[in-house]
Structure formats: C-alpha cells, structure tokens
Design a protein around this ligand. Structure first.
Ligand SMILES: CCC/C=C/C=C/C(=O)SCCNC(=O)CCNC(=O)[C@H](O)C(C)(C)COP(=O)(O)OP(=O)(O)OC[C@H]1O[C@@H](n2cnc3c(N)ncnc32)[C@H](O)[C@@H]1OP(=O)(O)O
Length: 305
C-alpha cells in the first residue's frame, strides 16, 4: 500500500459527460506514502495522501517521499497544476506519533552538541517536505475533507489555493504534544489569514477551527458540501489553470511567493527581471490573438514548459 500517490488524469469526453480516468504511478519504492496520477490531455496531476487506515498520518516514509514527489512534478513538463487531497475518512491526522518517538525523541549523537546537530538536520529535512510544495513552480490546489491536524496545517499553508468540505476542521495541535510547531505553520499561517491575533490564539490553544471560520478568516477560499463536490470543484479550477499559458501561470506563482516575502520595491524589481525574459514567449502573442478573435484560453495550444 502506497501512503502517498501521484496520478496523471486522463480525460475522456463521453457524450457530453466528462469521465475521468486516472493512471497511477509511484515515484518511490514500495511502500510509498504519496502517490500521484496525471492527465496527459489536461495537464493536471493529482497527489494523494494514501494511508487511510492510519488516517493519513505522516510516517517517516512520507517526509522523504513528498520531496521526491514534488521534485519530480517540478520538472514534469506535462504537469501544469496539482490537486492535493487525502484518501479515506479524513485529510490527515498529522505526524505519525509512533514514528515520532524514534525519530525525534531519541536522536543519535555522542554528546549534546552532536545530538543537537542531528536533531537540527531532522527538523530541516522535515521542513523541506512542505517547502518543496512552495518551491514547485506548478500551482497546488489542496482539497481538505474532515480533520486537518498538526502537520496537515503546515502542509496546506505551503499550497497556493485551499478548498475544504463543510465537515473540515483545522487544528494547530503541536502545543498539545509538547512542541512549538516547527515545519511551517508559524511562518506561513500569519501570511495566509492576516490576523496575527487569530494565529496566536489557534497556535497557543490548539483549538479546532471549523470550515465556516476557516472561510471567513481566509484560510480556505471555498467550502463544498462534501468531498465529491469539492473534488469536482478542484478539477474544474485546475482545468481553468491548466488551460492557460504555463509561462504566465508559473511566473505568477513564483512572483506571488517572492512578493509575499519581500517589499513592494524588491518585488517589482524581481518582476521586471523575470518578465524581461518571459514577455518574449510565443504564448503572449497566441493569447492576445485568441482574445482578439474572442476565443477562450482552452482553444489555444501552448507548448510544454
Ligand atoms: C519535527 C516534527 C515536525 C512535525 C510536527 C507535527 C506535529 C503534529 O502533527 S501534532 C498532531 C498529532 N496528531 C494527533 O494528535 C492526532 C491523533 N489522532 C486522532 O486524534 C484521531 O486518530 C483522529 C481524530 C485523527 C481520527 O479519529 P478516528 O476515530 O477516525 O480514527 P482512530 O481510530 O483514532 O485511528 C485509526 C488508526 O489510525 C491511527 N492513527 C491516527 N492518527 C495517528 C497519528 N497521528 N499517528 C499514528 N497513528 C495514528 C490510530 O492509532 C489507529 O490505528 P489502529 O489502532 O492500528 O487502527
């Protein structure tokens, strides 16, 4: 059983009705914790947490497989957008509490300095598991159903677009297990929801935040009645993104992430340097021509990137 899978989606239009068939492949040796599936026609890749029997708890394998998975997606010219979701009853229960005991509570080293150094290496490695999502130039839409606990919040705050179901809830649970969240939540959540007071409240009390509040504070942009509706909504949104110029889409993600971490002047400077190359793409002329001819982006064919 893979615990993360990557899939490329194959879209067959069957009489008016769209039917989606997924081709599954794994980037990691079995057992893997992430699997992805992709669609050559649609350029949509689906990454799924695939350890439902353990509520998609983030096992030791997960922390490295995510890095392999997103590094592969980053250079896959067929992929233009990613949908990330969880298999089974809920999105994720966070770090695997069993694995944590051996990895974090018993770090190796002959003295305190070496123990600390090794622990620092483990924390940095864990941080990279979610930073790869942000470093990947393809936009990532995350679709959350049910609980999203601890490491799950670290994960979703590194994604570009967050959707959830009505029954979703979010919990920055780290203080409950005796640690300050150290793999992204404290750094990214304040940028996502704006209110530092609310971030502090959530991180210091570990209270659950339900979908209605998640929507009103901006953690998610859309709430769907159930998982089926959410996945359909995510696919539709992904289709809209994938239909547009990959030069424009990837440049937009990269510059949004850069500007979040820099001032307006630096951001504009970076943008000018970026676009002095990217404005020379054929995609610009093709898109402009299509707009003049009143054609939609889906009628334009862009080359791979
Ligand atoms: C450097 C470190 C950086 C990372 C830090 C991250 C920190 C965190 O993520 S803190 C959060 C830790 N997670 C939790 O405290 C959640 C624990 N789980 C639950 O509260 C419940 O399982 C949950 C509400 C998610 C679901 O409840 P449900 O009744 O649906 O399922 P269960 O019967 O409880 O569980 C089914 C089997 O899954 C195993 N399991 C669930 N969560 C975890 C987990 N986090 N780690 C390991 N295993 C987990 C559970 O033991 C059951 O297994 P089995 O008994 O073998 O069937």
């Amino acid at each position: 059983m893979y615990s993360v899978t990557i899939q490329m989606l194959i879209l067959y239009p069957i009489k008016e009705k769209k039917r989606f068939i997924f081709e599954t492949r794994s980037v990691c040796p079995s057992p893997a914790s992430v699997q992805h599936r992709s669609c050559r026609l649609q350029h949509i890749t689906h990454v799924e947490l695939n350890r439902p029997e353990k509520r998609n708890a983030m096992s030791r394998a997960f922390w490295s497989e995510m890095v392999d998975c997103f590094n592969e997606i980053a250079v896959d010219a067929e992929c233009r957008v990613v949908i990330f979701s969880g298999a089974g009853k809920l999105f994720t229960s966070g770090i695997d509490l069993m694995d944590m005991a051996s990895d974090i509570l018993q770090p190796e080293g002959d003295d305190q300095a070496r123990v600390s150094w090794n622990l620092r290496r483990v924390i940095t490695k864990y941080q990279e598991t979610f930073s790869v999502i942000e470093k990947c130039p393809k936009p990532v839409i995350v679709a959350v159903h049910g609980p999203c606990i601890g490491g799950g919040v670290d994960l979703i705050t590194a994604c570009d677009i967050r959707l959830c179901t009505q029954d979703a809830w979010f919990q920055v649970k780290e203080v409950d297990i005796g640690l300050a969240a150290d793999v992204g939540t404290l750094q990214r959540l304040p940028n996502v929801i704006g209110s530092r007071s609310l971030v502090s409240e959530l991180a210091l009390t570990a209270r659950k935040m339900y979908s209605d509040e998640a929507k009103s504070c901006g953690l998610v942009s859309r709430v769907f009645p159930d998982k089926e509706a959410m996945m359909a909504g995510a696919l539709e949104m992904a289709g809209e993104i994938a239909a547009r110029s990959p030069v424009a889409v990837q440049g937009t993600k990269i510059n949004l992430v850069y500007s979040r971490d820099h001032g307006v002047t630096e951001g504009l400077n970076y943008m000018a340097t970026w676009n002095m190359s990217m404005l020379q793409t054929h995609d610009l002329m093709k898109s402009a021509q299509a707009a003049i001819e009143k054609k939609g982006p889906k009628e334009v064919i862009f080359s791979k990137l």
